[in-house]
Write a protein that binds this ligand. Sequence first.
Ligand code: ADP
Ligand code: MG
Length: 234
Amino acid sequence: MLEIAGLEAGYGGFRALHGVALTVRAGEAVAVVGPNGAGKTTLMRVISGLLAPVAGRLAFEGADLAAVPPHRIVERGIAHVPENRRLFPRLSVEENLRMGAFAPASRPHFTERLEWVYSLFPRMRERRAQLAGTMSGGEQQMCAIGRALMSKPKLLLMDEPSAGLAPVIVDQVFDLVRRIRQEGFTVLIVEQNVRQVLELVDRAYVLEVGTIRRSGSAAALQADPAIREAYLGI
Ligand SMILES: Nc1ncnc2c1ncn2[C@@H]1O[C@H](COP(=O)(O)OP(=O)(O)O)[C@@H](O)[C@H]1O
Ligand SMILES: [Mg+2]
């Protein structure tokens, strides 16, 4: 579904990604894990068209993604739950959800999609009129995921959905991700919470200083002594 090869990207003269290769097949959940500053967010931004790559090949369902602007990428079926959620804090939950259906192809389906997101997340229906910025961190993450789902994406990108949340809320956010998977979505998730994310994905890539250092099935990485020592504290 998503194929990336030889990806180079950065900011000005600074190169944040060096020759990154990664694939996501339809129906899979794939994680990119790695420490702060590894380039995980940069990778997500390149996939969603927010940052132009310097070199490399990106293809989605066989079609080239390079030089496709962000709103067109949403239309192709990729939605991004950004780092730190990026909700509109002074807009209601429902207004935030509406923002996820801004693409012309999504607008006619707004009411039906909203019902679907509310059925997935009844808590959002209860809070539909509440200002997003006044909700708890976990509820805000639910709203950010709901907003991305409003475009009915084929591929959902999630950038550290558990970051900055209390442990009990982190568990709830990972339960949400599990539900998204059960709904049949293909997911590419970036996480620093390596232990928990490896429990719910099929495969993962380890990104360190802009380079993929290791990749494999979640089970193989959980059993890998280097991963256990560096990321699982075992
Ligand atoms: N807007 C930016 N301008 C310059 N450098 C940046 C910018 N955003 C990120 N970087 C740098 O790029 C590298 C990768 O950052 P990032 O992709 O945010 O990593 P991660 O998400 O894995 O923490 C880091 O060295 C970071 O300092
Ligand atoms: Mg990041």
